[in-house]
Design a protein around this ligand. Structure first.
Ligand SMILES: *Cc1c(COP(=O)(O)O)cnc(C)c1O
Length: 361
């Protein structure tokens, strides 16, 4: 049993109420009860995704849809915007799926420059772009609006946007910005257990999928669409998580989406102030810093592994000691999901107390 609270940037802490919502008897996934559950989520999902397109539920983690979207949409070549661990891995996934893929690579923590994207797309080589909106590994949020301004100039290029750690944290007006595919997962900003991915597909992306061979079965967008019309998923879904989703959506709309965005922004600022107070620097530039988590450089050269371990053991709080190649050089603190002023206040005062022991005397 874990006896500590998760403040790592995913999976994040799940509330008792959310667990409780999952403890509902299993039903047949072709029953009217299931159709009722599925369809009752739809209006809220479409509102939250800011789209008129259908929102699909995939029993997989986000990577399933990240790979599946490429198999559905890429006929020519994909351009992978790369700025951290998740976006870097996406090109590897594309190649393993047998697709031609090129990088648009920047240093970890840097953002994707819309002008660079425009230059590369002008070659006419690409029919798909992948972008991670919020690079969770670096705590960096890409300028999605400006990037979409560029992408709309290339009507043959389909956009696949990973919003795993930014969905419901900041506004992402899908239809207004002309995003083709947005995908997210259950265990990050939505604060549910892992196992469910959510995604939505534009009409022109469907047209592309219809012409694309090798879509496979499990992630075939056309299967999702035809089942959706009946209020169902292609195969047996993770029904407990759909109950949790229904509960979570109602909770989000009773808080109010704008209030939710403001709460995340305010809590994120509290973490930034804490960092500033101690002299820790953000990894990304301030203006591209994520609102869902904070990635800090270990510029004070503390024993980071010791700090993380002591915080977990003595304060029962888990933060992250850095991801992939920046492990030990950075640390990350999440303010996603159900966090409050009180819970973030407790996190920061606990970090204060433990940090004392790790600063030079
Ligand atoms: C966590 C994460 C993923 C991977 O999600 P899985 O659920 O492990 O498939 C992808 N992209 C981003 C930005 C993430 O934070």
């Amino acid at each position: 049993m874990i006896d500590y609270k998760l403040h790592i940037p995913g999976p994040v802490n799940v509330s008792e109420e959310t667990y409780h919502a999952m403890c509902t008897p299993v039903m047949g996934h072709r029953s009217t009860d299931f159709v009722d559950l599925y369809q009752s989520c739809q209006p809220n999902l479409q509102k939250l995704f800011q789209t008129k397109d259908p929102v699909f539920l995939s029993t997989s983690s986000a990577w399933g849809v990240m790979e599946g979207a490429l198999r559905n949409l890429c006929r020519k070549k994909v351009l992978c915007c790369m700025c951290g661990a998740f976006s870097d891995k996406w090109i590897d996934v594309a190649k393993r799926a047998g697709l031609q893929a090129d990088p648009l690579q920047v240093e970890w923590g840097q953002h994707i420059d819309p002008d660079d994207l425009k230059t590369q797309l002008a070659s006419g080589d690409y029919d798909v772009v992948t972008l991670v909106h919020n690079e969770t590994s670096c705590g960096m949020m890409n300028p999605l609006k400006e990037i979409m301004d560029v992408l709309r100039e290339f009507p043959d290029v389909i956009s696949i946007i990973d919003t795993v750690s930014s969905f419901s944290v900041v506004p992402i007006p899908k239809d207004d910005w002309g995003i083709d595919v947005i995908l997210t997962g259950s265990q990050k900003a939505l604060a549910m257990p892992p196992g469910l991915a959510l995604f939505t597909v534009s009409a022109r992306a469907f047209q592309r999928a219809e012409q694309t061979e090798g879509r496979g079965y499990y992630f075939d967008f056309l299967e999702f669409r035809s089942n959706h019309a009946k209020g169902m998923t292609p195969s047996t879904p993770v029904i407990p998580l759909i109950h949790a989703l229904n509960y979570t959506l109602n909770k989000i709309f009773s808080e109010g989406v704008e209030n939710r965005h403001q709460r995340h922004s305010r809590l994120n600022q509290l973490v930034h102030k804490w960092a500033e107070g101690h002299g820790f620097e953000l990894l990304p530039q301030q203006q591209f810093a994520s609102k869902s988590l904070t990635c800090l450089k270990n510029n004070l050269h503390i024993d980071l592994a010791g700090f993380v371990k002591t915080l977990r053991e003595s304060k029962k709080i888990a933060i992250d000691g850095g991801y992939g190649k920046i492990k030990g050089k950075t640390f990350r603190v999440s303010n996603m999901g159900d966090e409050t002023d009180k819970s973030i206040g407790h996190l920061l005062s606990s970090m204060d107390e433990v940090l004392e022991q790790f600063l030079p005397a």
